[in-house]
Design a protein around this ligand. Structure first.
Ligand SMILES: *Cc1c(COP(=O)(O)O)cnc(C)c1O
Length: 372
């Protein structure tokens, strides 16, 4: 790519921090001065507040989003010998989370143009070893949970939602957080609710699942020095929890700002030949973690925008089944054509609560001037 400096960044994380700087620093200072840094009042308060926000009875803070997937699956008894259905087009963490339990991730294609797991393809992928489904609310739009949950119920499977991109999204007028048996969250800094480092959580309406996740992430211990199972160390620390409490109060208004960006893109990018825009599905509230367009000449479009100082990203250039990490599954090109095509044609435009109106205009003008 030609070396033009970025003037429209993909996501301005620093601008988000600066808007809340005083309150965040106050929260961090409170923790530092307290002398208590793990498993304390800030975590307990954040867990209560995040559970309320997500309409779940319980929230358990963990170390990151990947661990949230692993611990939620383990709490539901998933392990070696099991198969878990996952979207063929997702961030590799969804597949890695399954693999880390010892289970085998089994890819299922998305609905072309909607990009979430296709319920009509789930049943064909179920075998006698299938134990769970992990739908991902990709790009911030909830998957078809009604269909997924009814198949799961009929087939005796559990559902762990990967909600790492969907903080604040709704399905059937209820916030994501308790539709499935458990819901995994990431607070990676670039997510809609992002920490100042790594963080994650599991939400659920089931107290047993919450207790197990909590124990698994704390050395398999629910009481100090009593270790009922071989757990790990995966905890959300007090500084992150205190900062997340501040940011949680802004999540709805920041998601509303993302929606305004998305509405402008959707109106003003309509009708460009060869460019497909995200489809909004009924009964769901999209929180626009990413605004992903689709173009056959994606690399040229990305280059065209880059020469105008506009930073875009590709989510994701290599589907999990073609990554070296999953070479042992023996899946080759052609195994998941929809995911493979998306990897060649998807392009994520700048998106975030701090993208200015002028910058949105520049992205739109640059897309409109693309003449391949
Ligand atoms: C970010 C993300 C994760 C992993 O979260 P980390 O906190 O980075 O471990 C998992 N799944 C999806 C879909 C993600 O976007």
């Amino acid at each position: 790519m030609t070396d033009v400096s970025v003037t429209v960044p993909f996501l301005d994380v620093l601008a988000a921090t600066q808007e809340l700087e005083t309150q965040v620093l106050e929260a961090v200072e409170r923790v530092v001065r307290s002398g208590w840094y793990l498993l304390g009042d800030e975590l307990a308060a954040f867990e209560r507040e995040f559970a309320t926000f997500t309409n779940a009875k319980h929230a358990v803070g963990v170390g990151n989003g990947l661990d949230a997937i692993v611990l939620a699956l383990q709490a539901l008894g998933i392990g070696p010998g099991d198969e878990v259905l996952v979207p063929s087009n997702t961030f590799i963490a969804t597949w890695l989370g399954v693999a880390r339990t010892g289970a085998i991730p089994v890819g299922v294609e998305p609905i072309d143009g909607e990009w979430n797991i296709d319920p009509d393809r789930l049943e064909a992928a179920i075998t006698s070893r299938t134990r769970a489904i992990v739908p991902v609310h990709l790009y911030g739009q909830p998957a078809d949970l009604k269909a997924v949950l009814s198949i799961a119920e009929r087939q005796g499977l559990v559902v762990v939602e990967d909600a790492a991109q969907a903080h604040g999204a709704s399905y059937a007028d209820r916030r994501i957080g308790s539709h499935g048996h458990a819901v995994a969250w990431s607070f990676y800094p670039g997510k809609n609710l992002g920490a100042f480092g790594d963080g994650g959580a599991v939400t659920t309406n089931d107290a047993n699942i919450a207790d197990r996740v909590r124990a698994l992430g704390n050395y398999g211990s629910s009481k100090k020095y009593l270790h009922d199972f071989a757990g790990t160390n995966s905890r959300l620390d007090e500084i992150q929890a205190a900062a997340l409490r501040v940011k949680l109060r802004y999540l709805d208004s920041w998601n509303a700002r993302r929606r305004i960006v998305a509405e402008r893109y959707t109106q003003e990018l309509a009708g460009i030949p060869g460019l497909s825009l995200p489809r909004m599905l009924p009964g769901r509230e999209h929180v626009w973690h990413l605004y992903v367009v689709d173009h056959e000449l994606r690399d040229q479009l990305q280059q065209h925008l880059a020469t105008r100082g506009i930073q875009t990203l590709v989510h994701y250039p290599i589907p999990p089944h073609l990554s070296g990490a999953f070479a042992s599954l023996g899946l080759v090109e052609g195994a998941f054509p929809i995911a493979e095509r998306a990897a060649r044609t998807h392009l994520s435009l700048p998106m975030g609560p701090h993208l200015s109106g002028q910058h949105i205009t520049r992205v739109i003008d640059a897309c409109r001037s693309f003449r391949p």
